[in-house]
Design a protein around this ligand. Sequence first.
Ligand code: BG6
Ligand code: MG
Length: 264
Amino acid sequence: MLKKLKASSNPSSGGGLAETVKYIKMKDTNIQNSSVLSPPLRGGREGLLACIFDMDGVLVSTEKYHFEAWQRLAATLGIAIDEEFNETLKGVSRAVCIDLILKHGGLQKTDEEKQQLAAQKNEWFLESISHISPQDVFPGVREFLTLLQTHGYKIALGSASKNAPLLLEKLQIAHFFEAVIDGNVIEKAKPNPEVFLRGAAALGVKPQYCVVFEDAISGVQAARAAGMYCIGIGSPEILTQANFCISGLCEVNLGLLEKLPPTP
Ligand code: BG6
Ligand code: MG
């Protein structure tokens, strides 16, 4: 069940973005009329509210390159994977993706073979992203990050990808992130909350004062398991555990952020 929310028209909240209509799940209560809306929320905004961003599919459209590379790899094994199955690959580590694909195809491989498969997939993925430039960040990303930074919000990256540092550099957005927690440092893949809890700890912010932006089912589950508010990027029919969903960061502004109810 969906409900429409009209974002605040606070002039400091991002100019033309303010009139965007959002679709909010009923379980979030009536955000527009609720008495918990007036800022400050979550103990105040000064240094207490942080945003943690997933990367693939949230900041940049690299999810499609992951999917193409996985499809190509699966095809070499005689396994067909479609968009629906790909939802289970989003947000999880490269090694776990290999296991999921092999299980899907009813195949077993040795650890060495799995490592070779992972290396091949990554080679194809790196070819795909070789052309990526600052113009490839999703609409509204740079503007929103700038707005957050200007208003003193803390910003972290929480990604399963080992290629995250490379992509942040290519996109020229690395300087926005006070902490980068990625596939090179985490031990437990999403939906385990480790990536987001480490992000919050690195920022010095309690989990309930963090908002996570996620496009993957496993990522939304990780954020909620971390005790964080989660804004899904994508369909609420797929990201059922997100507190609410938007189609992209071009739809979000500070007015909306300030009116989020306390993390349930
Ligand atoms: C996640 C993607 O961000 O990173 C997954 O959603 C991907 O699709 C995972 O498998 C691992 O990425 P990488 O770059 O380390 O292979
Ligand atoms: Mg993602």
